[in-house]
Write a new protein. Structure first.
Length: 257
């Protein structure tokens, strides 16, 4: 599939999906999200790829779902087509995925970034859930994922006032893991992605799966889930290689098995 609204590039074991609708500040229209879903599906099957970066432009990661596309839709149309099902492809993606965010990350843009495993933001980033200004509320997971990231008080503040949060506030609130100057964003994220991609792919995937499971389980269920997957790692060649490399004082060479 050729892409019109995203750019897909690969460098070593890292793939980058760049949202590319600059005239609409990367508003997340349905065709763009179909392309994102298609690219992720291919990358999940691609054994050469160990980590994915999702990014936009310096001005906008994404300014939200496409307001013009959805303004005249009726309930049954949205219900029957499950309008935003392709957005969830990011949350369903099983390999590590990092959001490299600069500029506006509003509404669906903020929600998309939160579906990634972690967010590295540029200093000029503005996060927000401004849907209330449009007479709706977040509809792609924002009310649920924002509260888990920043807690009730700030999630309520953001969703009820519709105000924007700058990168430093997002860092203090734990919405993002790091903030860097705009011109260092992609280099910083690529460095992190390279490190992740150099690990054992199945072990990184299981680690991601286990951390995400904590949102769905009690503490004792989560610890049990962790224990079982941890034990299962001793069936892998990569566990043997990683521990042998430590003893032999050399770098491990993981084979993803
Ligand atoms: N959708 C469509 N077009 C957008 C857009 C968006 N979200 N954001 C910006 N654009 C377009 C503008 O219309 C403009 O296009 P032209 O007029 O030039 O054709 C172009 O991008 C440049 O935007 P501005 O001229 O406004 O640029 P400024 O620098 O002055 O302002 C801004 C930048 C980001 C502050 C402003 O564009 C803005 O406020 N944008 C809207 C932000 C927003 O409200 N985002 C939340 C969208 S709602 C659901 C139902 C609903 C939803 C979810 C689920 N279900 C049924 C399940 C809603 C989700 C949302 O994300």
């Amino acid at each position: 599939m050729g892409y019109d609204m995203i750019e897909l590039t690969k460098d070593g074991s890292v793939a980058t999906i760049k949202l590319d609708r600059p005239k609409a500040l990367n508003a997340l229209c349905a065709p763009m999200m179909a392309e994102v879903a298609d690219a992720l599906s291919a990358l999940e099957k691609d054994d050469a790829i160990g980590c994915v970066i999702l990014t936009g432009s310096e001005k906008a990661f994404a300014a939200g779902a496409d307001i013009k596309e959805m303004s005249n839709l009726e309930y049954l149309e949205i219900y029957k087509t499950d309008l935003f099902h392709n957005h969830e492809s990011v949350a369903r993606f099983r390999k590590p995925i990092i959001a490299a965010v600069a500029g506006y990350a509003l509404g669906g843009g903020c929600e998309l970034a939160m579906m990634c495993d972690f967010i590295i933001a540029a200093e000029n980033t503005k996060f927000g859930q401004p849907e209330i200004n449009l007479g709706v509320m977040p509809g792609i997971g924002g009310t649920q994922r924002l509260i888990r990231a920043v807690g009730k008080s700030k999630a309520m503040d953001m969703c009820l006032t519709g105000r924007m949060m700058d990168a430093q506030e997002a860092l203090a609130a734990n919405l993002v893991s790091r903030v860097v100057p705009v011109d260092e964003l992609m280099e910083t994220v690529k460095e992190a992605a390279d490190k992740i991609a150099a690990q054992s792919q199945p072990i990184a995937m299981m680690t991601k799966e286990t951390i995400n499971a904590s949102f769905e389980m009690t503490l004792s269920q989560g610890v049990q889930f962790e224990r079982r997957l941890f034990q299962s790692m001793f069936t892998t060649a990569d566990q043997k290689e990683g521990m042998a490399a430590f003893s032999e004082k050399r770098k491990p060479h993981f084979k993803n098995k």
